[in-house]
Design a protein. Structure first.
Length: 595
């Protein structure tokens, strides 16, 4: 690879006795969009912090291309609480062009009050401002830690398009597998302190990783067979050995290392048969709810069926979490009521999470809830076995909570919810900060769960795996009832013509005021781009790229100090014209991208 953007060689990092990774090497070239995959607590965010110089390392080297401009999105960014949203985008430096770009990107990320102090924004909104801050600067190399957290589906799909446009170079950590599949062309996997490279998207990674694991299992099986023979020889041989014997002894220790490798073996599917839930679940009887004259629900009726697995999707601020809190009795409706069956026992996993005692051990957190999980038919799992099912090793179970990463704490919180043996799970954004391996385990658990499930999630892959039914919250009290998963909904939506005036507040409110009954029709419709608009959209992308290249060339020429007076005058006149053209075409591109 000629002159990579970043070249990492023999990098090692440890915290005390815990080695996160050892002698790992990789390079990232221009145009590569790299996804980094690893289990929670194995060093993904630490590696990103090391690459950006925010954290040190034990040994190795990191070499960046000279004058490379890097943008970094942290997992939990910090801002001055008194600073306005626009001023927090500190990279605009008062440049009108960058201010315009900032406003455009912030609008796409649904941050609209640019004068609002950062201290008044939620954690999710602050993360979106931080993301805008990184994108505004148009760095050569983007490093993104969980960029899709706190984005709704519309924003995620917009970001997919933005990152996929042009020859962008990036390294990111994300649990969103659709996002990985559509954006990345190279996957790095951090596993067992080593790094593995897969030159393809997420689907390619899954195929090749399975081949790697199969080969590794075969290698370990062969090593174990030979190890027993060599171990007997080691025990029989005297200490004073000849050259050949010493060579065989050295080979024995390498063989022992291979034989004792710990391979991730997927747990057997955890199927409980003791969960009972009656035929009456809950009935949402013409419920209405509004905040500050913003309608969340309007005379909404729904009768939840036994064993139903429902997904709740929609843009941020449309009322998804409020609907959950109304169901659980944490918020009171303005009118109407929820009639909940007597046998229903909720298990609630909230966005806010659970506050743990930092000085408590992981195993004790779970044992405080229950010593074992009853699976029915005389079967049960101990608290330790249940934690192992969710990939807490015996060593990790005896760690103190304060040693856990953010993702591991979320996983522990999930275990505390499930340990209570609910028959109705309500999961509000369960995929945030969980690693992909944990998500796969949770997906299997929910697929086999013999009770009811409601999942609020922006993770399309997860939703497709788990739910068989959707409530789509569209804002202003408009809720669409769709019988299928998210991909099926998107496919259905793409086939619908757009209604006139759709998307305006008055139209949505008129829809909300229509008769809502138990047999609602399948929601609103929308139009697709016309052939002419598609061609215009494609041409705009070409034009914008050309104008940006011309702008960059002019700016470099103006700074070179080599231009004549006439050339300097000519290029100085052309620059504001370029900016106007770019603004006009970018705004039109944004309009078309929202169709």
């Amino acid at each position: 690879m000629a002159n990579p953007f970043v070249d990492v060689q023999n990098l090692t990092k440890s915290f005390g006795a815990q080695v996160l990774f050892e002698d790992i090497s990789f390079s990232i070239a221009e145009g590569q969009r790299v996804g980094l995959i690893a289990q929670n607590g194995t060093g993904k965010s630490t590696l990103l912090s090391i690459l950006t110089g925010k954290e040190g390392y034990d040994k190795g080297s990191i070499i960046y291309r000279r004058d490379l401009k890097t943008g970094y999105l942290e997992q939990s960014p910090q801002f001055d609480p008194n600073e306005s949203v626009l001023d927090a985008c500190f990279n605009h430096q008062g440049d009108p062009e960058r201010v315009l770009r900032a406003k455009q990107i912030l609008t796409q990320l649904k941050i609209k009050n640019l004068d609002q102090p950062m201290g008044q924004l939620s954690g999710g909104q602050q993360k979106r401002v931080a993301l805008a801050n990184v994108l505004i600067t148009e760095p050569d190399f983007l490093i993104l830690d969980e960029p899709t957290n706190h984005l709704d589906l519309e924003m995620i799909e917009w970001l997919e398009g933005w990152l996929g446009r042009g020859n962008k170079t990036l390294l990111m950590v994300t649990h969103d597998r659709f996002f990985l599949d559509r954006v990345c062309n190279l996957i790095l996997e951090l596993d067992n302190q080593r790094i593995y490279t897969y030159r393809g998207n997420y689907a390619y990674y899954l195929e090749k990783r399975q081949q790697r694991m199969d080969n590794l299992r075969a290698e370990v099986a062969r090593a174990n067979n030979l190890y027993r023979t060599e171990l007997e020889w080691m025990r029989r041989m005297p200490q004073a050995r000849g050259h050949k014997a010493r060579y065989r002894e050295e080979a024995f220790y390498e063989l022992e290392r291979v034989a004792k490798q710990r391979i991730e073996e997927r747990q057997i599917r955890l199927k409980a048969s003791n969960v009972y839930i009656g035929s009456k679940i809950f009935e949402c009887q013409y419920v209405s709810k509004a905040f500050d004259q913003v309608t969340i629900l309007k005379d909404f009726y729904y009768n939840f069926a036994r064993f139903e697995k429902m997904g709740v999707v929609g843009s941020n601020g449309t009322g998804k979490s409020t609907f959950i809190k109304l169901l659980l009795g944490l918020e009171q409706p303005d009118s109407g009521k929820f009639d909940i069956g007597e046998t229903v026992k909720f298990g609630y996993f909230s966005q806010e999470g659970l506050k743990f005692r930092e000085d408590q051990k992981v195993i004790d957190v779970v044992r405080d809830i229950a010593e074992y999980v009853d699976l029915g038919s005389g079967r049960h799992l101990s608290a330790s076995q249940f934690l192992q099912y969710f990939m807490f090793t015996p060593e990790q179970q005896h760690n103190y909570v304060y040693k856990l990463s953010g993702g591991e704490k979320r996983k522990l919180y999930l275990c505390t919810v499930l340990m209570k043996s609910p028959n109705f799970l309500v999961l509000d954004e369960p995929t945030n900060d969980l690693d992909i391996q944990t998500l796969q385990v949770l997906e299997e658990y929910l697929q086999d769960f013999p009770g009811c499930v409601i999942v609020v999630s922006h993770d399309r892959y997860f939703t497709d795996k788990v739910v068989d039914h959707l409530l789509v919250f569209k804002g202003y009290g408009v809720i669409q009832d769709f019988p299928g998963n998210y991909s099926q909904y998107r496919e259905w939506l793409s086939l619908q013509p757009q209604e006139k005036g759709e998307g305006t507040k008055s139209t949505k409110e008129s829809k909300a005021n229509k008769d809502q009954n138990p047999k609602r029709e399948q929601g609103e419709t929308r139009r697709k781009m016309t052939y002419k608009e598609k061609r215009e959209f494609e041409q705009l992308e070409i034009d914008i790229a050309a104008l940006e290249a011309e702008q960059k060339a002019i700016e470099e020429a103006l700074c070179s100090g080599t231009l004549s007076i006439d050339e300097l005058t000519e290029k100085s006149k052309r620059l504001p014209q370029l900016k106007d053209e770019l603004d006009e075409k970018t705004m039109r591109w944004l309009e078309l991208s929202e169709i």
